[in-house]
Write a protein of this length. Structure first.
Length: 334
């Protein structure tokens, strides 16, 4: 009987001792593995902690403020654990769908250079934590500078926790026709986004004014004259994104133009695949308009973006992985 008891005691000591040693090492060094609710992991040294957040330093020296509500579990690194963050790559273009904005702000100093259809370059930059500015100008070879199309937009956005954001802003676009009459459009808009960055839904509402040609009292066209006219109903935007692989997401963006002249066959519905890796992203897809489909094929969509700023630089310093949405949201809130 005594021999059996002694054997059980020795076996228990052998099984429990490594766990006690690991716990002691964790307590001594503060190095932990944080498994996040979005599927990623962060490995690093705890430098500070309170009831709502944990300050973590990675092996590369990057300090991250991690909300506790984003942590699914915490454990001790194993011999096979990566020392740096192994969180999934984030979509660097989370502030934009195919063309329209989401509710998420860029953040101060962050931005991107974009190019739609190769001949329509543009930019966007975060002027502050909430305010951003964007613009672009077409470079169609067959047109002169005065005939190119331009746009400029500004917006203010706010994050509402890790899973929601709202933005309001204004948009102006214009150009000149063959008879040198100015044309264009302007809008004030609001957009809201719900869901994490890898699967979210965005809904927007825009009040649109168009610069249209002027006709005389007898219906004659007054060459070179235009005036601004508001649409009789606001424009509705519906869009979203869904990550389908580490470097791939499905993006949708559709517009509804309700009003007296509403026809479903004229409404554009967009769908694209977004390829991304660090600073670069590319959208390849098409626009579906029933009237155009009757004549052949959908309208192709092609867009490239190069991203810059503190969030991209921090990602590069910590390795190829980008901090998850919960960490970026905490960083933008500073």
């Amino acid at each position: 009987m005594g021999t059996r008891v002694l054997g059980l005691f020795v076996l228990s000591a052998v099984l429990v001792a490594p766990r006690l040693g690991a716990a002691a090492d964790e307590a001594a060094t503060g190095v932990v593995t944080n498994t996040l609710k979005d599927g990623g992991t962060l490995v690093g040294t705890i430098v500070a902690e309170d009831e709502s957040a944990v300050a973590l330093r990675t092996s590369s020296g990057l300090e991250l403020e991690l909300p506790k509500q984003a942590i699914a579990s915490r454990g001790t690194p194993t011999a096979t654990s990566e020392v740096r963050s192994t969180s999934p790559l984030s979509d660097p273009n989370e502030s934009r769908l195919m063309f329209a904005p989401t509710g998420r702000p860029l953040g101060k100093g962050n931005g991107y250079f974009s190019d739609h259809y190769v001949v329509f370059p543009g930019f966007a930059v975060g002027l502050s934590k909430n305010l951003s500015l964007a613009g672009g100008l077409s470079t169609i070879p067959a047109l002169g500078l005065s005939e190119q199309v331009f746009y400029v937009s500004t917006s203010a956005g706010w994050t509402l926790g890790d899973r929601a954001a709202v933005a309001v802003g204004g948009f102006l676009a214009g150009g000149a026709s063959d008879d040198l009459a100015d044309f264009g459009g302007a809008a004030v808009f609001g957009v809201g986004t719900v869901g994490p960055s890898d699967r979210s839904l965005s809904v927007g509402l825009a009040f649109l004014a168009l610069r249209e040609e002027v006709y005389g009292p007898r219906g004659e066209y007054l060459s070179g004259r235009t005036e601004w006219r508001f649409r009789d109903a606001p424009v509705v935007m519906l869009g979203g994104n869904l990550r389908v692989a580490r470097n791939l997401a499905l993006i949708s963006e559709s517009w509804l133009f309700p009003g007296k002249d509403f026809e479903l066959s004229q409404q554009p519905f967009g769908l694209a695949l977004r390829f991304f890796n660090g600073r670069l992203s590319a959208d390849v897809g098409f626009l579906l308009v029933a009237e155009i489909l009757d004549q052949g094929f959908p309208v192709p969509w092609l867009s490239f973006s190069y991203h810059f700023g503190p969030s991209r630089s921090a990602s590069n310093r910590s390795g190829s992985a980008v901090p998850p949405a919960s960490v970026r949201a905490a960083r933008r809130g500073r």
